[in-house]
Design a protein around this ligand. Sequence first.
Ligand SMILES: [Zn+2]
Length: 281
Amino acid sequence: MLDAGSSSAHARAMLEGLREEEVASPALVVLTHSHWDHVFGADELGVPVVAHVRAAEYLAEAAKLDWSDEALDRRLAAGDVTQFHVDNVKQELPSPRLVRIVSPDIVFHESLTFDLGDVVVRVRHLPNDHTDDGCVIFVEPDRVLFVGDATCDSPTGAFTTALAVPLFETLRGFAPELVVEGHAGSVMSQSEFEELADKIRLVGALSSASAPERQRSWVSWAKRLTRTWPTWSTHSSPGSAAQQSRRDRGCFGQVRGLTPDTACADASRPDRGRPAAPGWR
Ligand SMILES: [Zn+2]
């Protein structure tokens, strides 16, 4: 199983869906990254959890946190988390909430391969603007690439050429037939992905020829122009109010500015070199 869901209820809905489809329950779960909406259902699954070593560190930090409404509000007041984060946690896990954060059973550094006989699953760590513990998962021979949130923006709503351009070049190297994003409502075809990757590459070239203060926002601008992003869907289940909120807002909800000039106004926001606050995850 890829990612564990955002709550025990969400994980149970997934398991029930598998039963209805007469599909075997998962034997283990691989986390694409440590953000709460991808991991809070892991305990409910009751199977070994696989995660990148950095994700394991973040999960250990998150496990020490108080997840009550009061604690969430304190972290919001302190600027450690966003209103978006607090609202979604409260909606997905009504108070009083019990959050059980698992410690991964298997951790890895660079990559991991599961040989399942007819199917090979490759897991690869790829730092990106969204998080530095992000991993993508490639399934062969189907050539389906699950990118988790790697193609989403940073917690402060930015993309950078420094990370996004090499990310897309690496993703292109998988030669995927299908690309599945963690919050997208549709699957990207090979041609759609190639078109996007071509434009990100072009943006990288344009950006490198631009003044440094203009470089950071080029990628988000290009992605806006490149693709009309579908309605976001965090999960395949009918969804809670929190999930609907995420669909409405999407990963790009925090990206401001549709033109290079207005987007550049965001360049002052401190998102680079600063790990996201654990509570945001
Ligand atoms: Zn995420």
